[in-house]
Design a protein around this ligand. Sequence first.
Ligand code: C2O
Ligand code: CU
Ligand code: CU
Length: 501
Amino acid sequence: MKPINRREFLRTLGYGAASFAGAHLLSACNTFLPQTSPRPFEGEPDVEIRLTAKPGQVPIFPGAPTNVWRYEAVVQMGPAESIQTIPGSYLGPIFNLKTGTNLRVHFANELPEESVVHWHGLHVPDHADGHPRLAIPGSETYTYNFTVMDRAGTYWYHPHPHGITGPQVHRGLAGLFLIHDDQERALGLPDGDRDLPMVIQDRVFDAENQLVYDPSVMGMYGDRILVNGTPDYELDVDRGAYRLRLLNGSNARIYKLAWEDGTPLQVIGTEGGLLEAPIEKKVITLAPAQRLELWVDFGRWNAGETVSMVNLPSSAVGGDEGFPIFTAKVRESEREDARLLEVFPRHDALELGDAVNANEPRVFVLGMGMGMRWMINGRTFEMTDVARDERVRLGDAEVWEFVNQGMGGGMMGGMNQAHPMHIHGLQFKVLGRQVDPRGAQVYDSLKDGFVDAGWHDTVLVTPGERVRLLMRFTDFEGLYMYHCHNLEHEDMGMMRNYRVA
Ligand code: C2O
Ligand code: CU
Ligand code: CU
């Protein structure tokens, strides 16, 4: 396919404001903002945690243990259940907090290099956002103070130092951050041991069971799938309802997930919490950093049966083959009466009409420049650099548009890769997508799995595609980031700052 330049690309798409003002896109007006109740957090926290990053060893395979880097946590004040460790896993402890909690975390870096913790998906002040400029060297401590303001949902945390996020996450540094609120509690969703985190990652191990980090320009892809840090993950389930919280914690791999027997998936939540209504899908696409929550009635399978969640082949890089992700074994038990509510509570409105630039969005073009560098609008990451078109006003709602040039991406147009684009500090709505029908293989192979409803902090932009997002910058001024969450793309510079003022 011949590369096309940007102007031709725009023409090919017949692109203009009008094409986005279509009825189904305007129906996205019916959207709701996460609840926030900003309050300055001074004085004593409700929960105080010491979080340490340090080298360690875990048994992953028979034989030699694997050298990893991992987070460990100690609750210094507040309920002990504020953290929950996953036994035997390199993954960090799971934070379990309620909306409104004033949280203090003392991050102790006991690694042989600099690091910093980013609370992915959380709406926090910029000094607590884990920007790489705030990275601390080994043997230092950084204290985070923030109020947990987000809705109930599945968030996570991971390192964010400049240029070495990919290798640090690959060595094991990542953990879930679960938020609960009263609205969620009132829904009576499965909880306790029926509420299961499922962190999906891929890794390469050598013959001595050690991790091998050897990425290409496409990112780091592994040949072993781990769930919660365990290969060939199995789970014993009763014949009742479960809540599965899926996080794609992989550096680069995009998954196309389904039950092996074709049973539909009931999606109840996205990155920013519960949907307004469950959505039934045959397949779900899960890009790096994305979360989807499923409600599953294992009673639909017979006692003694097993059912696997599988990755289906796709045109995404590294997604060419099918393979199992995990297997559920249904225990000998009576089928329980399991029913899912049809409608979940709604939240404060954010309407397209609120956006100051609804007709002329901020456009960010994703591509590859000279020297095989992934770029955004022709720029790569500079620690504190903020361009004119990266300044936004506190309180404004805006439409942002990410454009993946794909084959049109210039000299390296052959790099036909999808980019999971992530914006720090907020949750956004996906208003719509447009794709260049030529060269849309990746889009075609993944689109059935997209869950664009609900609130998101990461959206997949496939080659030849333009995706429009609606967001509002609330509560905090300061320096935040937006970037590709393929961690190798991020480390190679596909990341920029935006400033709220
Ligand atoms: Cu999870 Cu800036 O990333
Ligand atoms: Cu983030
Ligand atoms: Cu990318």
